[in-house]
Design a protein around this ligand. Structure first.
Ligand code: NAD
Ligand code: DAU
Length: 337
């Protein structure tokens, strides 16, 4: 199997590439990534010299280039993760989200259709397509699509385009919609790594609104396992929800992080709320469990503790990310060759 992973240098993508190399060592993984601010080749430093992983810098918007790449490497499957992923950035500048998430996905689908050899296209979508829940209930795959932010609206468009390419053109598409991931190599703009880094610097921890918004946390390695199962066992044209079953209020997470790093709760600052802030997400993962045989291996408290320890032990990684130094790595490792 030759699999094209898009966005393989981002947070989930780099964990997925590593997971695929570990669990499917006979596969070739072609990792197409534009290396935006969120793409960091250093996330895969341990795969340097691995002949089963090929990194290619490129943009999913460049359809002709993607088609050539698919032909050249006889790609059989696509796992599509490349995206603009941060909700706050989508509020400040929505256009990049429409470009990459909507148009980029359409071009990738077209390249896959024209290439002809794609046996499966896995679209990595998000639970944010469903919008916000009240205090009870959980999203199922048939919940109405009611995205709130420019990010989630762009992901909903991409998700529906992928399904349209299945229904209209017969491309074998499976869509996964997962909840908030946490784990190693997450860009420190997202809640958990941001709070760890700020706490370690004794800087204020900005909690939006009243801090009672709820997210359903999923360990990134459990997510990677679900993605591989969906690729191998999912039914064409189907959607699978993936959730960690760990609903937590943001304020609970922030307090847990402070306790883990031994810093005082006086660092917490309640700040102006995110516009259009979804109140609660919760996933009903019954379909993934029944059809894919997926069950998460990590419990949240243990997973959070290990994750926080990873950031504490990998100051170099996030210091290079925050200073921008990680961008030099591509130039020294690849362009110079
Ligand atoms: P991320 O921002 O960490 O990584 C995105 C990657 O995509 C980066 O490496 C970036 O360089 C690359 N990229 C961006 N634009 C590109 C382009 N035009 N061409 C090629 N590569 C490009 O994102 P993430 O958090 O790892 O999320 C990965 C995917 O999972 C996204 O599609 C996101 O919507 C989805 N998702 C994420 C979460 C989460 O909690 N992080 C939850 C649900 C779904
Ligand atoms: O649910 C899946 C989604 O989860 C993915 O599709 C997105 O790509 C991913 O970024 C994530 O979106 P969120 O908006 O839920 O994640 P974020 O880490 O930005 O915020 C998590 C919660 O924490 C949210 O309720 C907003 C809050 N928050 C976030 C930041 C960055 C704060 O209170 N303060 C902060 O500084």
């Amino acid at each position: 199997m030759n699999v094209l992973v898009t966005g393989g240098c981002g947070f989930i993508g780099s964990n997925l590439v590593r997971y695929l190399r570990r669990t499917r060592p006979d596969w070739k993984v072609v990792n197409l990534d534009a290396l935006t601010y969120a793409g960091n080749l250093e996330n895969l430093i341990d795969l340097e010299g691995d002949p089963g992983h090929l990194f290619v810098r490129g943009d999913i918007l460049d359809q002709a280039f993607v088609e050539r790449l698919m032909r050249e490497h006889a790609i059989d499957a696509v796992m599509h993760l490349a995206a603009e992923s941060h909700v706050d950035r989508s509020i400040l500048g929505p256009e990049a989200f429409v470009q990459t998430n909507v148009l980029g996905t359409q071009r990738l689908l077209e390249a896959s259709r024209k290439h002809g050899g794609i046996r499966r296209f896995l679209m990595v979508s998000t639970d944010e397509v469903y919008g916000s829940l009240g205090p009870t209930g959980a999203f199922t795959e048939t919940s109405p699509l009611q995205p709130s932010s420019p990010y989630s609206a762009s992901k909903t468009s991409a998700d529906l385009l992928a399904l349209a390419w299945h229904h209209t053109f017969g491309l074998d598409v499976v869509v996964t919609r997962c909840s908030n991931n946490y784990g190693r190599y997450q860009f420190p703009e997202k809640l958990i790594p941001l709070m760890v880094v700020n706490a370690l610097h004794d800087k204020p921890l900005p909690v939006y609104g009243d801090g009672a918004n709820v997210r359903d946390w999923l360990h990134v390695e459990d997510h990677c396992q679900a993605l591989l199962l969906a690729l191998e066992k999912g039914r064409a044209g189907e959607v699978y929800n993936i959730g960690g079953g760990a609903e937590r209020k943001n304020i609970e997470i922030v307090k847990a992080i402070l306790a883990l790093v031994g810093k005082p709760e006086s660092l917490i600052r309640f700040v102006k709320d995110r516009p259009g802030h979804d109140r609660r997400y919760a996933i009903d993962p019954s379909k993934s469990r029944a059809e894919l045989g997926w069950t998460p291996a990590h419990t949240f408290e243990r997973g959070l503790e290990e994750t926080v320890r990873w950031y504490v032990d990998h100051r170099d990684w996030w210091q290079r990310v925050m200073s921008g130094a990680y961008r030099d790595y591509f130039d020294t490792q690849y362009r110079a060759r």
